[in-house]
Ligand binder design. Sequence first.
Ligand code: C2E
Ligand code: CA
Ligand code: CA
Length: 276
Amino acid sequence: MSLPFFHRNKKNHKLERELRNAFKNNELQVYLQPRVDTSTKKLISAEALLRWEHPVWGFVSPNEFIPIAEDIGLINDLGDWVLERVCKYLADWERMQLRTLPISVNIVAQRFLRRDCFLTVTSILKQYNVDPKYIELEITESSLINYEKTVVNTLNQLYELGIKVALDDFGTGYSSLSHIKDFPINTIKIDRSFIQQINYKKDVEVIIKSLIFMAKELDLNIVAEGVETLEQYDFLRKLECKEIQGYLFSKPISEEEFQKLLNKSKLEPNIHFSLT
Ligand code: C2E
Ligand code: CA
Ligand code: CA
Protein backbone atom coordinates (compact mmCIF):
# COMPACT_ATOMS: atom_id res chain seq x y z
CA MET A 1 0.00 0.00 0.00
CA SER A 2 1.44 3.40 -0.88
CA LEU A 3 1.76 5.99 1.85
CA PRO A 4 0.05 9.38 1.68
CA PHE A 5 2.43 11.98 0.27
CA PHE A 6 3.31 13.72 3.53
CA HIS A 7 4.03 10.41 5.26
CA ARG A 8 6.22 9.27 2.45
CA ASN A 9 8.07 12.57 2.56
CA LYS A 10 8.59 12.36 6.27
CA LYS A 11 9.85 8.81 5.99
CA ASN A 12 12.22 9.78 3.18
CA HIS A 13 13.72 12.59 5.22
CA LYS A 14 14.40 10.20 8.02
CA LEU A 15 15.83 7.64 5.62
CA GLU A 16 18.06 10.29 4.05
CA ARG A 17 19.50 11.29 7.40
CA GLU A 18 19.94 7.71 8.53
CA LEU A 19 21.58 6.73 5.24
CA ARG A 20 24.17 9.50 5.50
CA ASN A 21 24.93 8.36 9.06
CA ALA A 22 25.07 4.73 8.01
CA PHE A 23 27.64 5.53 5.36
CA LYS A 24 29.73 7.47 7.86
CA ASN A 25 29.36 4.89 10.63
CA ASN A 26 30.19 1.80 8.60
CA GLU A 27 26.72 0.27 8.79
CA LEU A 28 26.92 -0.68 5.12
CA GLN A 29 28.36 -3.89 3.77
CA VAL A 30 29.11 -5.32 0.38
CA TYR A 31 27.63 -8.79 -0.13
CA LEU A 32 28.43 -11.08 -3.03
CA GLN A 33 26.08 -13.25 -5.08
CA PRO A 34 27.68 -16.09 -7.05
CA ARG A 35 27.39 -16.38 -10.81
CA VAL A 36 27.56 -20.02 -11.80
CA ASP A 37 28.58 -21.74 -15.04
CA THR A 38 25.39 -23.43 -16.18
CA SER A 39 27.04 -26.55 -17.59
CA THR A 40 29.76 -27.18 -14.96
CA LYS A 41 28.08 -25.55 -11.90
CA LYS A 42 31.43 -23.89 -11.18
CA LEU A 43 31.51 -20.56 -9.41
CA ILE A 44 32.86 -18.20 -12.04
CA SER A 45 32.16 -14.72 -10.79
CA ALA A 46 29.93 -12.70 -8.49
CA GLU A 47 27.86 -9.54 -8.26
CA ALA A 48 28.57 -7.06 -5.46
CA LEU A 49 25.37 -5.90 -3.74
CA LEU A 50 25.05 -3.30 -1.03
CA ARG A 51 23.54 -4.25 2.30
CA TRP A 52 22.44 -1.82 4.99
CA GLU A 53 21.71 -3.20 8.41
CA HIS A 54 20.10 -0.47 10.45
CA PRO A 55 20.52 -0.91 14.23
CA VAL A 56 16.76 -0.57 14.82
CA TRP A 57 15.02 -1.27 11.50
CA GLY A 58 17.18 -4.27 10.51
CA PHE A 59 18.02 -4.78 6.82
CA VAL A 60 16.81 -1.98 4.55
CA SER A 61 16.37 -2.98 0.91
CA PRO A 62 18.66 -1.38 -1.68
CA ASN A 63 15.52 -0.85 -3.76
CA GLU A 64 14.50 1.57 -1.04
CA PHE A 65 17.78 3.32 -0.26
CA ILE A 66 19.54 3.42 -3.67
CA PRO A 67 16.97 5.88 -5.15
CA ILE A 68 17.41 8.04 -2.04
CA ALA A 69 21.18 7.92 -2.39
CA GLU A 70 20.68 9.11 -5.98
CA ASP A 71 18.41 11.96 -4.84
CA ILE A 72 20.76 13.27 -2.18
CA GLY A 73 23.89 12.92 -4.31
CA LEU A 74 25.40 10.19 -2.18
CA ILE A 75 25.27 7.56 -4.91
CA ASN A 76 28.63 8.41 -6.50
CA ASP A 77 30.55 8.18 -3.25
CA LEU A 78 28.64 5.04 -2.39
CA GLY A 79 29.49 3.48 -5.76
CA ASP A 80 33.18 4.33 -5.36
CA TRP A 81 33.11 2.82 -1.89
CA VAL A 82 31.62 -0.44 -3.22
CA LEU A 83 34.34 -0.63 -5.87
CA GLU A 84 36.95 0.02 -3.20
CA ARG A 85 35.57 -2.81 -1.00
CA VAL A 86 35.51 -5.18 -3.97
CA CYS A 87 39.14 -4.36 -4.82
CA LYS A 88 40.05 -4.98 -1.20
CA TYR A 89 38.33 -8.40 -1.29
CA LEU A 90 40.23 -9.29 -4.48
CA ALA A 91 43.54 -8.18 -2.99
CA ASP A 92 42.84 -10.18 0.20
CA TRP A 93 42.01 -13.35 -1.75
CA GLU A 94 45.19 -13.01 -3.75
CA ARG A 95 47.23 -12.51 -0.58
CA MET A 96 45.55 -15.52 1.04
CA GLN A 97 46.22 -17.52 -2.13
CA LEU A 98 42.52 -18.14 -2.65
CA ARG A 99 40.98 -18.12 -6.12
CA THR A 100 40.52 -14.72 -7.74
CA LEU A 101 37.29 -14.19 -9.66
CA PRO A 102 35.86 -11.32 -11.66
CA ILE A 103 33.39 -9.28 -9.63
CA SER A 104 30.69 -7.06 -11.06
CA VAL A 105 29.77 -3.76 -9.48
CA ASN A 106 26.54 -1.83 -10.10
CA ILE A 107 27.18 1.67 -11.35
CA VAL A 108 24.57 4.32 -12.03
CA ALA A 109 25.02 6.10 -15.35
CA GLN A 110 25.31 9.50 -13.66
CA ARG A 111 28.66 8.33 -12.23
CA PHE A 112 30.08 8.33 -15.75
CA LEU A 113 29.05 11.94 -16.18
CA ARG A 114 31.48 13.14 -13.54
CA ARG A 115 34.83 14.09 -14.97
CA ASP A 116 36.76 12.30 -12.25
CA CYS A 117 35.19 8.93 -13.07
CA PHE A 118 38.01 7.39 -15.09
CA LEU A 119 40.71 8.66 -12.74
CA THR A 120 38.87 7.56 -9.61
CA VAL A 121 38.23 4.05 -10.93
CA THR A 122 41.80 3.58 -12.10
CA SER A 123 43.30 4.93 -8.89
CA ILE A 124 41.16 2.57 -6.76
CA LEU A 125 42.35 -0.37 -8.87
CA LYS A 126 45.94 0.81 -8.58
CA GLN A 127 45.68 1.26 -4.82
CA TYR A 128 44.86 -2.45 -4.44
CA ASN A 129 46.93 -3.62 -7.39
CA VAL A 130 43.88 -5.16 -9.06
CA ASP A 131 44.00 -6.18 -12.71
CA PRO A 132 41.13 -4.39 -14.55
CA LYS A 133 40.04 -7.73 -16.06
CA TYR A 134 38.65 -8.68 -12.63
CA ILE A 135 36.14 -5.82 -12.61
CA GLU A 136 32.88 -5.69 -14.51
CA LEU A 137 30.63 -2.66 -14.31
CA GLU A 138 26.87 -3.28 -14.46
CA ILE A 139 24.88 -0.51 -15.99
CA THR A 140 21.19 -0.50 -16.80
CA GLU A 141 19.84 -0.21 -20.30
CA SER A 142 17.55 2.69 -19.53
CA SER A 143 20.27 4.81 -17.93
CA LEU A 144 22.39 4.43 -21.04
CA ILE A 145 19.77 6.04 -23.21
CA ASN A 146 19.43 9.12 -21.06
CA TYR A 147 23.03 10.17 -21.14
CA GLU A 148 24.47 8.41 -24.13
CA LYS A 149 27.45 10.44 -25.43
CA THR A 150 29.34 11.29 -22.24
CA VAL A 151 28.59 7.92 -20.73
CA VAL A 152 29.77 6.08 -23.81
CA ASN A 153 33.04 8.03 -23.91
CA THR A 154 33.91 7.13 -20.33
CA LEU A 155 32.75 3.55 -20.85
CA ASN A 156 35.02 3.28 -23.88
CA GLN A 157 38.01 4.53 -21.89
CA LEU A 158 37.38 1.99 -19.13
CA TYR A 159 36.73 -0.78 -21.62
CA GLU A 160 40.03 -0.09 -23.35
CA LEU A 161 41.73 -0.47 -20.01
CA GLY A 162 40.33 -4.00 -19.75
CA ILE A 163 37.36 -3.38 -17.46
CA LYS A 164 34.28 -5.33 -18.54
CA VAL A 165 30.82 -3.89 -19.03
CA ALA A 166 27.49 -5.64 -18.44
CA LEU A 167 24.07 -4.45 -19.51
CA ASP A 168 21.87 -5.04 -16.46
CA ASP A 169 18.13 -5.82 -16.30
CA PHE A 170 18.18 -6.49 -20.03
CA GLY A 171 14.76 -6.36 -21.64
CA THR A 172 13.17 -3.98 -19.15
CA GLY A 173 14.37 -0.67 -20.59
CA TYR A 174 13.22 1.14 -23.66
CA SER A 175 16.39 0.74 -25.59
CA SER A 176 16.31 -1.14 -28.84
CA LEU A 177 18.46 -4.14 -29.58
CA SER A 178 20.52 -1.98 -31.90
CA HIS A 179 21.99 -0.22 -28.86
CA ILE A 180 24.03 -3.31 -28.14
CA LYS A 181 26.38 -2.57 -30.98
CA ASP A 182 26.70 1.11 -30.05
CA PHE A 183 28.13 0.47 -26.61
CA PRO A 184 31.22 -1.38 -25.47
CA ILE A 185 29.51 -4.39 -23.88
CA ASN A 186 30.79 -7.80 -22.80
CA THR A 187 27.76 -9.21 -21.04
CA ILE A 188 24.00 -8.99 -21.08
CA LYS A 189 22.00 -9.94 -18.02
CA ILE A 190 18.49 -11.17 -18.76
CA ASP A 191 16.15 -9.63 -16.23
CA ARG A 192 14.51 -11.80 -13.59
CA SER A 193 11.03 -10.86 -14.83
CA PHE A 194 11.69 -12.99 -17.95
CA ILE A 195 13.21 -15.92 -16.07
CA GLN A 196 10.17 -16.09 -13.75
CA GLN A 197 7.94 -16.83 -16.76
CA ILE A 198 9.83 -19.98 -17.82
CA ASN A 199 7.35 -22.89 -17.96
CA TYR A 200 4.42 -20.46 -17.83
CA LYS A 201 4.60 -18.23 -20.87
CA LYS A 202 5.62 -19.68 -24.23
CA ASP A 203 6.18 -16.28 -25.83
CA VAL A 204 8.57 -15.21 -23.05
CA GLU A 205 10.45 -18.50 -23.49
CA VAL A 206 10.84 -17.63 -27.17
CA ILE A 207 12.28 -14.22 -26.24
CA ILE A 208 14.76 -15.82 -23.84
CA LYS A 209 15.79 -18.32 -26.51
CA SER A 210 16.33 -15.52 -29.01
CA LEU A 211 18.40 -13.50 -26.54
CA ILE A 212 20.67 -16.46 -25.86
CA PHE A 213 21.04 -17.08 -29.58
CA MET A 214 21.75 -13.39 -30.24
CA ALA A 215 24.39 -13.23 -27.50
CA LYS A 216 26.15 -16.25 -28.95
CA GLU A 217 26.16 -14.82 -32.44
CA LEU A 218 27.46 -11.47 -31.21
CA ASP A 219 30.06 -13.15 -29.04
CA LEU A 220 28.62 -11.67 -25.84
CA ASN A 221 28.50 -13.35 -22.48
CA ILE A 222 24.96 -13.95 -21.20
CA VAL A 223 23.70 -14.29 -17.65
CA ALA A 224 20.20 -15.26 -16.55
CA GLU A 225 19.24 -13.42 -13.36
CA GLY A 226 16.92 -14.56 -10.60
CA VAL A 227 17.03 -18.30 -11.29
CA GLU A 228 15.03 -19.88 -8.48
CA THR A 229 13.88 -23.29 -9.67
CA LEU A 230 15.35 -26.46 -11.15
CA GLU A 231 12.92 -26.14 -14.07
CA GLN A 232 14.30 -22.70 -14.93
CA TYR A 233 17.83 -24.02 -14.55
CA ASP A 234 17.19 -27.00 -16.86
CA PHE A 235 15.55 -24.80 -19.46
CA LEU A 236 18.56 -22.45 -19.48
CA ARG A 237 21.12 -25.26 -19.43
CA LYS A 238 19.53 -26.93 -22.46
CA LEU A 239 19.69 -23.64 -24.34
CA GLU A 240 23.35 -23.31 -23.39
CA CYS A 241 22.84 -20.05 -21.55
CA LYS A 242 26.40 -19.57 -20.28
CA GLU A 243 25.84 -18.30 -16.74
CA ILE A 244 23.12 -18.11 -14.13
CA GLN A 245 22.65 -16.12 -10.95
CA GLY A 246 19.86 -16.68 -8.48
CA TYR A 247 18.62 -18.01 -5.17
CA LEU A 248 18.69 -21.59 -6.54
CA PHE A 249 22.49 -21.59 -6.23
CA SER A 250 22.98 -18.86 -3.66
CA LYS A 251 21.51 -15.70 -2.22
CA PRO A 252 23.89 -12.74 -1.87
CA ILE A 253 26.22 -13.61 1.04
CA SER A 254 28.83 -11.88 3.15
CA GLU A 255 32.45 -11.90 1.99
CA GLU A 256 33.30 -14.26 4.84
CA GLU A 257 30.76 -16.81 3.61
CA PHE A 258 31.79 -16.25 0.02
CA GLN A 259 35.39 -17.15 0.83
CA LYS A 260 34.20 -20.63 1.80
CA LEU A 261 32.81 -21.12 -1.72
CA LEU A 262 36.02 -20.10 -3.44
CA ASN A 263 37.70 -23.45 -3.04
CA LYS A 264 34.69 -25.59 -3.89
CA SER A 265 35.01 -27.30 -7.25
CA LYS A 266 31.32 -26.72 -7.94
CA LEU A 267 28.14 -25.43 -6.29
CA GLU A 268 25.01 -27.47 -5.85
CA PRO A 269 21.50 -26.16 -6.41
CA ASN A 270 19.58 -25.55 -3.23
CA ILE A 271 16.68 -27.92 -3.89
CA HIS A 272 14.91 -26.90 -0.70
CA PHE A 273 14.81 -23.36 -1.94
CA SER A 274 13.47 -24.60 -5.26
CA LEU A 275 10.62 -26.47 -3.52
CA THR A 276 9.50 -23.58 -1.35
P1 C2E B 1 20.08 -5.73 -9.47
O1 C2E B 1 21.34 -5.05 -9.87
O2 C2E B 1 19.21 -6.23 -10.56
O3 C2E B 1 20.53 -6.93 -8.50
C1 C2E B 1 19.90 -8.16 -8.46
C2 C2E B 1 18.87 -8.21 -7.38
O4 C2E B 1 18.12 -9.40 -7.49
C3 C2E B 1 19.47 -8.23 -5.98
O5 C2E B 1 18.56 -7.55 -5.12
C4 C2E B 1 19.48 -9.72 -5.66
O6 C2E B 1 19.50 -10.00 -4.27
C5 C2E B 1 18.17 -10.13 -6.28
N1 C2E B 1 18.14 -11.56 -6.63
C6 C2E B 1 19.14 -12.33 -7.07
N2 C2E B 1 18.73 -13.58 -7.31
C7 C2E B 1 17.41 -13.61 -7.01
C8 C2E B 1 16.39 -14.63 -7.05
O7 C2E B 1 16.64 -15.78 -7.42
N3 C2E B 1 15.14 -14.27 -6.67
C9 C2E B 1 14.83 -13.00 -6.27
N4 C2E B 1 13.58 -12.75 -5.90
N5 C2E B 1 15.76 -12.02 -6.22
C10 C2E B 1 17.03 -12.31 -6.60
P2 C2E B 1 19.05 -6.49 -4.05
O8 C2E B 1 20.37 -6.87 -3.49
O9 C2E B 1 17.91 -6.28 -3.13
O10 C2E B 1 19.29 -5.20 -4.92
C11 C2E B 1 18.23 -4.56 -5.58
C12 C2E B 1 18.75 -3.53 -6.54
O11 C2E B 1 19.40 -2.47 -5.84
C13 C2E B 1 19.82 -4.07 -7.51
O12 C2E B 1 19.20 -4.76 -8.55
C14 C2E B 1 20.48 -2.78 -7.92
O13 C2E B 1 19.72 -2.11 -8.90
C15 C2E B 1 20.44 -1.98 -6.64
N6 C2E B 1 21.74 -2.11 -5.96
C16 C2E B 1 22.17 -3.02 -5.06
N7 C2E B 1 23.46 -2.80 -4.71
C17 C2E B 1 23.86 -1.72 -5.42
C18 C2E B 1 25.08 -0.95 -5.53
O14 C2E B 1 26.13 -1.28 -4.92
N8 C2E B 1 25.08 0.13 -6.38
C19 C2E B 1 24.00 0.49 -7.11
N9 C2E B 1 24.08 1.55 -7.90
N10 C2E B 1 22.84 -0.20 -7.05
C20 C2E B 1 22.77 -1.28 -6.24
CA1 CA C 1 22.98 -5.64 -11.17
CA1 CA D 1 19.68 -7.00 -12.60
